[in-house]
Design a protein. Sequence first.
Length: 202
Amino acid sequence: MKLKIRKANSQDIKFFYKIRNDKLSIKNSINSDVIKYSDHAKWFHNKIKNLQNKVFVIYKDSISKERISYVRFEKYNLFYKVSLAIHKKYRKQNLSLYVLNLAEQKFKKNALLLAEVKNTNIASYKLFKNSNYCVLKKLKNLTIFVKILNKDKQISNYLKIIDQIESIRKVNNINWMNILRIAINHAPQETSKVFKKISFSD
């Protein structure tokens, strides 16, 4: 199935509402309350009007242009909070990873992405792991994932080396590698000097 992506607009309000209030979405949402349409309308218009947010609709590349999913990246200070949902008609078709990657490609600059997933939501847990998100913190009821989305080729090369080191030292070095990923994105020149000393002397 070939998919396309576009920015969400006011015509998508009922599509978002329908997905958000279906049984599975309610079960997997951090806020598991049923949302009133009036509350949803205010929330939706605020989200799409905020130019710092990135809100997308994914649809079939066909005459019907049927909408199948939405992805939201809501800006909070230094990071974007990620949320994804697929219409029940298109679930269990292995589309989530494709949809998330499609949305992430819309970023033109480096970004820090954060996702909160209920521990009972196995499908979403696997999705973010398979999309190279790292576990930042595991709480009683949810897990917080983080991903550094970078568009800089030099930084990408350093991050690949970090991944290799992390795979070798899986037990107690993961948190240090996450710190190094963040450092190399926010202070690349200074961090790369230190990183070269570590990788050659270790």
